[in-house]
Design a protein around this ligand. Structure first.
Ligand SMILES: [Zn+2]
Length: 172
């Protein structure tokens, strides 16, 4: 067990996921974090590492499922709750169904790729053999602000880079 958080509510656990997301942003990855909780204890915490690992599947949610399964020595995780700063994509939502995750709590919707109700609803699909209990919108404003800040800084860096490239030719 990484730490005992017994008695803390969804907000407190989502804050840990937001901390993970911030670590992703600082490493140059889109800020998405995921925390896994079992019986009141944090049993996994990960952030998006796509750029870091050059791995298209290195989403926070997938990494945390692997961490927890490895730690517990089992792939069925019906007693685990996942706290994610963003609605999971189809890959991660599929993995949550594969892992028989009991509950998913997420912050902000992803209208472009979300697979917990926005574009698809894989986690609650009656067509599949497992449905996940979903709680949406926990600290959504904070997660949204974190994403907005990341993309604003990214745009700023690109603008600065563009200017640096443009200057020499302007001086010729
Ligand atoms: Zn994903």
């Amino acid at each position: 067990m990484i730490g005992d958080v017994h008695g803390q509510g969804d907000d407190a656990l989502m804050r840990l996921a937001l901390e993970e997301a911030q670590a992703a942003a600082e490493a140059g990855d889109i800020p998405v974090g995921a925390v896994a909780v079992l019986a009141g204890a944090v049993v996994g915490r990960q952030h998006n590492r796509k750029e870091d690992l050059a791995d298209p599947t290195a989403h926070a949610e997938l990494l945390v499922l692997r961490e927890v399964a490895s730690r517990l020595g089992r792939w069925r995780l019906p007693d685990v709750t996942l706290y994610c700063t963003m609605e999971p994509c189809s890959m991660c939502a599929g993995a949550m169904v594969q892992a028989r995750i009991g509950r998913l709590v997420y912050a902000v919707d992803d209208p472009r790729a979300g697979a917990a109700g926005s574009v698809f609803n894989i986690v609650e699909s009656p067509a599949l053999n497992h449905q996940v209990q979903v709680t949406r919108g926990v600290l959504a404003g904070e997660a949204q602000a974190q994403l907005a800040e990341f993309f604003a800084e990214l745009r700023q860096r690109r603008r600065e880079k563009g200017l640096a490239v443009a200057l020499p030719s302007g001086n010729l």
